[in-house]
Design a protein around this ligand. Structure first.
Ligand code: SF4
Length: 383
């Protein structure tokens, strides 16, 4: 199911199911590999003065992942993106809603079936050091899933580990070492090799590069892209900011306080962001060119507490375009053409007014660029 085509925030699983059978044609009609329908996850806890507090980490979200695509889930800390990723892989149980893998409701699977399915969906975690057992050698770390899922006889296991290490760009001779003997980027490669050992069809990257040095991030992003092409993987990437995912994702879903506020093809989202929150996230992203300086729609204040989210549109307390209806009614995730969806009452006029969302460079910047280019020309012309 295409998220938003059959609803999104605010629509019940029953309605979604009815719409699915109604023949409504989504913008993209191929069967998804993974599908969340009306997913919610609420965490209970003790509040102040003994009052119960419920954290609505994910609130009635529907999302479909297409086979072979890279879908990025993006948002600030507390937006619910990691929780949604884990719900989709059934690493945590939803408070409401269903997850379908190739049309099968994985909440209804027997434990043995679920264990088999787990092989198909693997995770690469944010902190490779914390996710790798420090007492185990790389050979054991990468070889364990092969043994657990009986993917190769014992005599072939070492060869498989060597092949996997080569695949992620690590020398197989180092398989006897332990994780602490590797750099951060190499440890992340070990984590990727371990995920690949299960021969998965889908990998969730839970902020896979955010704990790495900037110089290493691009290498891991390139590796994931290359593996996706070579092995026909589907990638679900959870990321804090939009900069990391631009070059590796086919679509981006932007989350705010447990809900998806915009989902679109990557180029469309970066070129013409429709939701004010997406616009603000992009404004905070360094532009790749000085000629593409973005409007300064900077975010005001902090994200509100998910224990008591603002009524109506959750974003209204920080939105520069907020008006009275925004405080009263939650916007639905509605179709905005070309398969994109946006949850904002006023996205049409904001998009119209935002045609100049990319500001021309200032006069001072133009002068500095002209001086720089003249100096470059002079240097090239010098004997
Ligand atoms: Fe802003 Fe209102 Fe749109 Fe929410 S619905 S993003 S508050 S304009």
């Amino acid at each position: 199911m295409e998220e938003g085509a059959f609803g999104g925030s605010g629509q019940s699983p029953a309605l979604l199911a009815a719409l699915r059978g109604s023949g409504v044609t989504p913008a993209w009609s191929g069967p998804p590999i993974l599908e969340g329908i009306g997913l919610s996850r609420h965490f209970g806890g003790g509040g102040l003065f003994g009052r119960p507090a419920v954290v609505r980490a994910v609130d009635d979200v529907s999302l479909a992942v297409r086979p072979g695509e890279t879908l990025a889930l993006v948002g600030e800390s507390g937006s619910g993106k990691s929780t949604l990723g884990r719900l989709l892989l059934r690493l945590i149980e939803p408070s409401a809603g269903d997850v379908l893998f190739e049309g099968r409701n994985i909440g209804l699977l027997r434990p043995a079936e679920l264990a088999r399915l787990r092989r198909e969906m693997q995770v690469v975690f944010q902190d490779p050091l914390a996710s790798l057992n420090p007492r185990m050698s790389v050979e054991r770390i990468v070889g364990e899933p092969i043994w657990l899922h009986r993917l190769a006889p014992a005599s072939e296991r070492r060869g498989r580990v060597a092949e996997l290490l080569r695949t992620v760009g690590l020398p197989p001779e180092q398989m006897g070492r332990r994780p602490h003997e590797f750099s951060g980027g190499q440890r992340q490669r070990i984590g990727i090799a371990r995920a690949l050992a299960c021969e998965p069809r889908l990998i969730l990257g839970d902020e896979p590069v955010s704990a790495l040095d900037v110089s290493v991030q691009a290498q891991i992003v390139n590796l994931l892209e290359e593996l996706k092409e070579r092995l026909g993987l589907t990638l679900l990437i959870v990321a804090h900011g939009l900069a990391v995912v631009r070059h590796m994702s086919d679509r981006v879903a932007v989350m705010y306080l447990g809900r998806i506020v915009e989902v679109a093809a990557t180029d469309a989202l970066y070129e013409t962001p429709l939701h004010p929150y997406t616009q603000a996230l992009l404004a905070a992203t360094p532009a790749s060119s000085p000629h593409a300086r973005r409007a300064r729609t900077l975010l005001q204040g902090d994200m509100p507490s998910p224990v008591r989210p603002p009524p109506g549109c959750h974003f209204h307390t920080r939105c520069v375009h907020a008006r009275p209806p925004c405080r009263e009614r939650a916007p639905a995730l509605e179709a905005a053409g070309d398969g994109r969806r946006v949850a904002c009452h006023f996205w049409r006029e904001i998009a119209g007014a935002g045609a100049a969302a990319v500001l021309p460079p200032s006069d001072a910047l133009v002068r500095r660029l002209a001086l720089f280019e003249a100096a470059q020309r002079a240097r090239r012309a010098a004997p």
